[in-house]
Design a protein around this ligand. Structure first.
Ligand SMILES: Nc1ncnc2c1ncn2[C@@H]1O[C@H](COP(=O)(O)OP(=O)(O)O)[C@@H](O)[C@H]1O
Ligand SMILES: [Mg+2]
Length: 372
């Protein structure tokens, strides 16, 4: 490392993940590789550190860096990081007492900044957004699916419902229940798994409920008003918005992608047959070209309202999140979920900017005094 004057001091960044007995550490290696590469380009030291190795009391810690020549991750000693970028890949791991203790230690530390301390919980997110007049209109009606009664009252109010695991991801375990008028079996339950779609039809909500509880097992679910999303060629689509803090510590939209559901699918996830699309193209097919600048600006400003409210209500400093937003035929924006550990965006222009912002925000954090 070169000698720098005080003003040019740069943070040391640790990407936090968890240990793996066989392959050193877990997490999306391609993502970590891109971050390390960007760090080299920006001349900001960055390495991967596992929660197990994150010991803040010494002068040095063990971490991993990627060596492009050999394409290997090698273990070496690094200085204690100034900023810890939390990329623990599984909620379950983050909830373990030993890992939580490490995160709490970073939160309480006099100078170390931790960037994105915890995963979000879907139910909590809805409660947070409903608390604020600026965001409550984005939240579809939602209840905890505690039993038959909760389902019965929701289907009376809404002819289409989404049933989702409270801590789900990638569309796993999502079901849709529709009440279709003038049919012999008006209740239609769609169960989606990566391989197949199962549709169960019945006239009895009791029968449907038995099937739903079987699918749910012991998993906590929520039941939500189904939003009629915009669609093209009979495939609905929604938006993935990446929101990050900048080098000035302000929230900005880094990019917006669109995901279009596979044929007959009830969610837009790529592993479920969804495709990556250009949001402006798709939206202009629905609303016309003239409507796009106004609509996109509204999506962006709504996304920022949502990000700010989530941060405020969470009680923590957050640096980035991705939002799953829907748009209905009236052009209204709906919130489905926020992810505290955004997945890699495949769109190259979004990807590039998102990597740079991780460093710009880390630099901002580094310049802040923690107790300010
Ligand atoms: N209430 C709803 N109305 C319409 N579509 C929905 C609703 N909830 C979810 N979806 C569809 O399912 C997708 C996944 O929902 P989400 O809550 O993000 O679950 P996951 O955590 O599995 O990603 C959304 O991106 C959207 O396409
Ligand atoms: Mg989602």
């Amino acid at each position: 490392m070169s000698v720098r004057s005080f003003d040019e001091r740069k943070p040391v960044i640790g990407i936090l993940t968890i240990h793996d007995g066989r392959k050193q550490f877990r997490g999306n290696r391609k993502n970590f590789r891109d971050i390390v590469k960007t760090g080299k380009e920006l001349d900001i030291p960055v390495f991967v550190v596992t929660a197990k190795d994150l010991k803040l009391s010494g002068n040095q810690i063990l971490g991993y860096t990627f060596v492009p020549e050999t394409k290997h991750w090698v273990e070496q000693w690094f200085p204690i990081p100034d900023v810890i970028y939390n990329r623990i890949p599984l909620r379950k791991e983050e909830e373990k007492a030993s890992v939580r203790r490490k995160i709490e230690e970073c939160l309480a530390h006099p100078h170390i900044h931790i960037y994105n301390p915890f995963y979000f919980n879907k139910w909590e997110l809805f409660a947070w957004l409903k608390k604020s007049p600026s965001t409550k209109s984005f939240v579809p009606a939602t209840k905890r699916l505690t039993g038959y009664k909760a389902l019965a009252s929701m289907i009376q109010s809404y002819p289409s419902l989404y049933l989702k695991p409270e801590s789900g991801k990638a569309g796993k375990g999502i079901m849709k229940l529709r009440l279709v008028d003038h049919e012999r079996s008006p209740l239609q339950l769609t169960i989606q798994s990566p391989r197949k779609i199962t549709v169960v039809k019945s006239a009895s909500l009791q029968t449907i409920w038995r099937r739903i509880s079987m699918e749910m097992g012991k998993t906590q679910y929520i039941v939500q008003e189904g939003i009629e999303l915009v669609s093209h060629a009979q495939r609905q689509f929604d938006l993935r918005v990446l929101v990050q803090k900048t080098g000035k510590g302000q929230w900005l939209v880094t990019g917006i992608g669109a995901r279009q559901a596979g044929r007959r699918r009830i969610t837009t996830h790529v592993p479920q047959g969804g495709t990556v699309e250009d949001p402006e193209e798709l939206l202009s097919l629905v609303f016309g070209r003239e409507a796009i600048p106004g609509l996109m600006n509204r999506v962006k400003s709504n996304a920022l309202l949502i990000a700010r409210q989530i941060e405020r209500a969470s009680g923590h400093n957050l640096g980035e999140m991705s939002l799953d937003l829907g748009v209905d035929m009236n052009g209204s924006v709906w919130f489905f979920e926020a992810n505290a550990k955004p997945m890699k965006f495949d769109e190259p222009h979004i990807r590039r900017k998102s990597l740079e912002r991780i460093f710009q925000y880390s630099q901002y954090l580094f310049k802040q005094s923690k107790n300010a």
